[in-house]
Design a protein around this ligand. Structure first.
Ligand code: ATP
Ligand code: MG
Length: 559
């Protein structure tokens, strides 16, 4: 038992039971087994947090094992991205392994299985094999090749291995039970021939092992105690155990496959295959596009490792699949950035505000707190002058009593600065407001302690000094899909539900303190949301991505 006070989840209960009956504590070992056929996504984060979390809880090793058995889809780029993402989340794997490390061992075992009469080479087409499989209610039929001699099987397998046969000509099948109620037990394929370049083994191997044949044996080779996978593998467990029966040595640890529910997130897709489609179709700029549900995309969007881990922990592990609303993920990043992100003032839709009683040439550098949630964040100075920019919708010529922003004849506070009062407007020929004129109260400076500064006014606005403002590119992201569950809609392809307005690019006017910001620096644009500096930033132009808007735009802010 561990000392951790948190209640155990069902996976931890399984482990506790196994510790009583089957394993010693120092035998516990876990693995995270991604296939390097794409970037990791938020669903994988659940599995990563589960496995590495157990490693931490039980002080047990966790291997990173690449399940690289399909050279047609796997690439080194994906291996690198997966390692980068797991490290960024803050986890350290014990050993970096590859299923391809075990190709020789798997082959040797397969040869032994042929000798034991437990495997045979089938030379039918995949269609014929599929037809003979039967249905869940009708037994399958045996292949005419099921009775092949051991010698012939060995000879053919070797030919397959050496590339002397064509793709699709033969497969190696386990000889189990064509009448099993579990369709997966009806002589599953163990090897197929693929004439493809593998990112690690090159052209050495012409035959590649199937998932079921590879996974459990890899767990066994690594002496993994618990092999956690998602629920769709529940029916595979019988086969996992059957394959282990063929090789397990009684003196060694026998791994167990156990299942937990896949996690799905609304308004996106969590499947590498589908994410790859979005990349290929150019719907997004790449796997790390800030709209993607990938870990790299979330990182570029401004998510922190903690926000992703907190999210995974808060949804926990379950036994039933469900759809988690994306707002839950957004909540977690807001919570984290609220503590960490320095505040700055940026105006996104500006209108000029002229303070008629402020001296023409004067600039004051006003003291501004970086983060009221974090005293150690310190202070900065922001320039204040006669001509400012404020948000266009922070002003109305006439407004009802619930409008706490600027109107003619009413007072509001400029954040970190003075109390002002709306006086008049200037409009262009079409009637659009081009300038707002106001007066300020010189005694009302924030933090001065004067009576005037303590005066309560209803609204507080953010602003920037027009001549000091830094023009920045701001990318406003919205949900990538218009439907909560775009890939489960009957007769429709998920690509039909891509939100055409998922990205809007505008120019923002930022206070000059952000000038030297670097990619991944995070800020709260006061009253607007959380933003992060994008790697597209150059020495000429800062580019910001909106991570999330603030939940509540108005009110709240006090001075
Ligand atoms: P994808 O369909 O995106 O390729 P996968 O399950 O095929 O997903 P793998 O690379 O094989 O991806 O997965 C590595 C591990 O992550 C597996 O143990 C898998 O069960 C787990 N995993 C993948 N997607 C999710 C998810 N949405 N929720 C929880 N765990 C997941
Ligand atoms: Mg997969």
């Amino acid at each position: 038992m561990t000392n951790d006070a948190a209640p155990l989840n069902f996976i931890e209960h399984i482990i506790e039971e196994d510790l009583k009956n089957d394993y010693k504590k120092d035998q516990l070992c876990f693995r995270f087994p991604p296939e390097p056929n794409g970037y990791l996504h938020i669903g994988h984060a659940s599995s990563i947090c589960l496995n590495f979390g157990l490693g931490e809880r039980y002080n047990a090793p966790v291997n990173l094992r690449f399940d690289d058995t399909n050279p047609a889809k796997e690439e080194q780029e994906f291996v690198d991205a997966i390692k980068r993402d797991i490290s960024w989340l803050g986890y350290k794997w014990s050993e970096e392994r590859y299923a391809s490390d075990y190709f020789q061992q798997l082959y040797d075992w397969a040869v032994q299985m042929i000798k034991d009469g437990k495997a045979y080479v089938d030379s039918q087409t995949s269609e014929a094999i599929a037809e003979q499989k039967g249905t869940p209610n009708t037994p399958g039929k045996s292949s005419p090749f099921r009775a092949r001699s051991v010698e012939e099987n060995l000879d053919l397998l070797e030919k397959m291995k050496n590339g002397e046969t064509k793709e699709g000509e033969h497969v190696l099948r386990a000889k189990i039970n064509m009448e099993s109620p579990n369709m997966l037990m009806r002589d599953p394929v163990m090897y197929r021939t693929l004439n493809k370049h593998h990112h690690r083994t090159g052209t050495d191997w012409k035959i590649f092992p199937m998932y079921d044949w590879t996974h459990g044996e890899s767990d066994y080779i690594e002496q993994v105690s618990h092999s956690f996978c998602t629920l769709e593998f529940l029916p595979h467990r019988e086969l996992y155990d059957w394959f282990l029966d063929q090789v397990v040595d009684k003196d060694k640890l026998r791994p167990k496959q156990r299942e937990f529910a896949r996690r799905n997130l609304s308004h996106t897709v969590v499947s590498k295959r589908k994410l790859a489609q979005l990349v290929a179709a150019g719907v997004v700029t790449g796997w790390d596009d800030p709209r993607m549900s990938t870990i790299s995309g979330l990182r570029r969007r401004g998510y922190t490792p903690e926000s992703i881990k907190n999210f995974a922990e808060s949804i926990g592990v379950g036994k039933r699949e469900n759809l988690i609303d994306i707002s839950h993920l957004e909540f977690n990043v807001r919570e984290d950035l609220n503590k960490k992100a320095p505040r700055i003032m940026v105006v996104l839709d500006p209108v000029k505000l002229i303070i008629s009683n402020y001296p023409d040439e004067k600039t004051e550098w006003l003291d501004a707190e970086n983060n009221q949630e974090d005293e150690s964040a310190g202070n900065r100075e922001v320039p204040f002058s006669k001509e400012l920019l404020i948000e266009r919708d922070d002003f109305k010529e006439e407004a009802n009593r619930k409008f706490f922003r600027l109107t003619i004849g009413k007072e509001v506070r400029l954040k970190n600065a003075y109390i002002i009062k709306g006086e008049s407007v200037v409009k262009d020929a079409e009637g659009n407001i081009t300038e707002i004129h106001c007066t300020y109260d010189p005694d009302s400076k924030s933090g001065s302690g004067s009576e005037a500064s303590l005066r309560k006014v209803k609204g507080t606005l953010h602003w920037v000094s027009a001549s000091h403002a830094l023009l920045v590119e701001v990318r406003l992201y919205d949900r990538l899909f218009t439907e909560a569950s775009p890939d489960t809609i009957k007769d429709k392809d998920f690509m039909e539900f891509v939100n055409p307005d998922s990205l809007e690019i505008i120019t923002g006017f930022a206070e000059p303190s952000v000038k030297d910001s670097k990619p991944e620096d995070k800020f709260q644009f006061q009253r607007l949301g959380y933003f992060v500096v994008d790697p597209d930033t150059t020495s000429e132009k800062l580019v910001f991505n909106r991570t999330v808007p603030l939940r509540d735009s108005w009110g709240k802010l006090s001075d």
